[in-house]
Design a binder for this molecule. Structure first.
Ligand code: ADP
Ligand code: 5GP
Length: 184
């Protein structure tokens, strides 16, 4: 059976970094490309990093029932399109979703068989350092994301798997172990 892997956790914790490493080690996996109303960052490509939608288009697709889950995060909307997930599940291809906590809860309700992994930071200070160091968000946006992170960290006990991303290689080993065990 095709598996769905949900990777969640606060912004800046290293989800994207860990998923890139995971996909290099486990080529059977495919990544679901999310939709968002946020503007592309320099270098981000439409259809590759995200499907970048206008607010009107996003809302129209919500009303049309096109999303498996969707949520507001730091003033923008994000969601997983059914078209990203269903064709892969039908084809037996294991798929990775990189989403925030509200979306992970919706997927848990709709697909309890999905494997959910929460990536946790070693501390809020380390999270701040990573968000600032990434250089993609201004000070106000970093603060918004840290405020959300405080709430998201309380959700940790809901998750079957928690991986602390302190040393990257160790976290990647742990995440790969979890995913490989489910696939084999
Ligand atoms: P997310 O996708 O969760 O928002 P990113 O993967 O973009 O997070 O990582 C945020 C920043 O933290 C990036 O600059 C990344 O290089 C860095 N980072 C990721 N993992 C670690 C780690 N274990 N230790 C130190 N820095 C890390
Ligand atoms: P960013 O703006 O940094 O790309 O993403 C902000 C947050 O939105 C991150 O926590 C990211 O995991 C989350 N996110 C990305 N795509 C989706 C999605 O399809 N659904 C939900 N619920 N969250 C998403």
């Amino acid at each position: 059976m095709a598996r769905v892997f949900v990777i969640t956790g606060p912004s800046g914790v290293g989800k994207g970094t860990l998923i890139r490493g995971l996909m290099a080690r486990e080529p059977r996996l495919e990544l679901s490309v999310s939709a968002t109303t946020r503007a592309p960052r320099p270098g981000e490509q439409d259809g590759v990093d995200y499907h970048f939608l206008s607010r009107e288009e996003f809302d129209r697709r919500v009303a049309a029932g096109d999303f498996v889950e969707h949520a507001d995060y730091a003033g923008r909307s994000y969601g997983t399109l059914r078209s990203e997930l269903e064709r892969r599940v039908r084809a037996g291809v294991p798929v990775v979703l990189e989403i925030e906590v509200q979306g992970a809860r919706q997927v848990r309700a709709a697909m309890p068989e999905a494997v959910q992994v929460f990536i946790a930071p070693p501390s809020l200070d380390a999270l701040r350092t990573r968000l600032v160091g990434r250089g993609t968000d201004d000070a106000e946006e970093v603060q918004r994301r840290l405020t959300v992170a405080g709430h998201e960290l309380h959700a940790q006990p809901e998750f079957a798997h928690v991986v602390v991303n302190d040393r990257l290689e160790e976290a990647l080993d742990r995440l790969t172990e979890i995913v490989t065990a489910e696939l084999d």
